[in-house]
Design a protein around this ligand. Structure first.
Ligand code: GDP
Ligand code: MN
Length: 379
């Protein structure tokens, strides 16, 4: 789950990281009022869940409250990488002397949290990684020891020479690590980490991505969820208990189990086509869930065929088949449906589908090949 910059900054500030105070506004009127309260030059920042807002014109400085209002008029309603700006953050502007990068991510191959730093801040860090990888420095943090000041010192001294900045940097690095661990983050990133003309270290931008699987431990963070992170279909699926991710292909997939759903998508690609979605209906044969799945999938006009790939484990195939038949009867989609069914009571299950005129296979490879063929015909 992604957090907006202002949400990330609130968390960082609780852990002692230095940020500029700021207020969120949704109208130019409010922006003007906030700018007047601050009584100094402000920065008006689009709050959308993508990076590169600066380049897109979503971040503007304003010397007066009237100017802040004008900038807000330009930014609110603006489209940044397909997202409409509905909120802005207004903060006193910072006098930037230098910009660096400091971030933490989980590195799955080393099974450690990695802290990365680069003196090339303020720019796209992926670009730095591609073009000048020698300018990115890393430390791998032992989960049992945590981040020790001496390793933070090693990393931060790649950014700064002055002892006072190194001291501030070490404290910040430790705060960021604490945030990362305590909120169950996947990413915590400060870009740019600024040194002001006055020699203060300030987090001018902040990005936090939370691990969805950790949210159950943080009901207070779950409340920060931004609905615009998901398409309306994805939100609806979530409410029904389906894991659904919309994709761009033409084969609609209904699968029980996330692993099988991934394997199905791989096989669709292997046969030269593209899945229209990832969808895990879970372990049940609940017709309501299947109806909702069909409803969501068939809203996508790209979908030319619907492929059910079902493995009956604890749930029996005949139960699942009955559920499918009922759902298909009630929903009656106007694209062809084919199914693959194996597992406990598979013969009974397949007979039920055959009786309902649903082409049914036992081989996953064959059913996917058939789906790809049908989708090609219907194009
Ligand atoms: P991003 O483009 O989405 O990463 O948004 P950032 O918050 O990182 O802002 C982009 C750039 O705008 C920064 O790298 C800064 O150069 C500039 N910027 C942001 N806030 C301020 C500010 O308070 N003062 C000044 N002078 N520049 C700022
Ligand atoms: Mn940034």
């Amino acid at each position: 789950m992604k957090l907006q910059e202002y949400q990330a900054k609130q968390i960082l500030s609780k852990y002692g990281a230095r940020i500029k105070e700021g207020k969120v506004a949704t109208t130019p009127d409010e922006v003007e009022k906030i700018a007047r309260e601050f009584g100094e030059m402000v920065v008006v920042k689009a709050q959308v869940l993508v990076g590169g807002r600066g380049k897109a014109g979503g971040i503007k400085l304003a010397k007066t409250p009237q100017e802040a209002r004008q900038k807000a008029e330009q930014i609110l309603g603006m489209d940044i990488k397909g997202l409409t700006v509905k909120k802005v953050l207004v903060s006193p502007a910072v006098d930037i002397a230098s910009e660096a990068y400091l971030g933490l991510i989980l590195d799955r191959s080393s099974k450690k949290i990695v802290m990365m730093a680069s003196p090339e801040g303020g720019v796209d860090i992926e670009q730095v990684a591609r073009e000048t990888p020698e300018k990115i420095f890393k430390i791998y943090i032992d989960p049992f020891l945590g981040l020790k000041p001496y390793s933070a010192r090693y990393l931060i001294s790649k950014l700064y020479d002055e002892p006072d900045l190194i001291k501030q940097g070490i404290e910040l690095a430790i705060s960021l690590y604490d945030v990362f661990v305590n909120v169950d983050a996947q990413l915590v990133e400060i870009n740019p980490l600024v040194i002001t003309e006055q020699g203060e270290m300030v987090c001018v931008d902040a990005k936090i991505i939370l691990d969805d699987s950790g949210l159950i431990r943080h009901p207070e963070l779950e409340k920060l969820r931004n609905p615009e992170e998901y398409s309306s279909d994805e939100l609806e699926a979530k409410e029904t208990g389906l894991s659904f991710v919309k994709l761009t292909g033409n084969i609609g997939c209904v699968v029980n189990g996330a692993g099988l759903a991934m394997a199905t998508m791989d096989l669709v690609k292997h046969h030269g086509s593209e899945p229209a979605n990832f969808l895990d209906v879970g372990g049940s044969s609940n017709p309501e869930k299947v109806i909702k799945a069909l409803d969501i999938i068939t809203r996508d006009s790209n979908v030319k065929v619907i492929l059910f790939n079902i493995f009956g484990g604890i749930t029996r195939c005949d139960d699942i088949a009955n559920g499918l038949v009922q759902a298909i009867d009630e929903f009656n989609p106007d694209v062809p449906i084919i199914a693959r069914l194996t597992g406990t009571n598979e013969d009974k299950g397949r007979q039920i589908l055959k009786d309902a005129n649903i082409p049914v296979f036992s081989s996953m490879d064959k059913v996917v090949a058939e789906a790809v063929k049908l989708a090609g015909k219907n194009n």
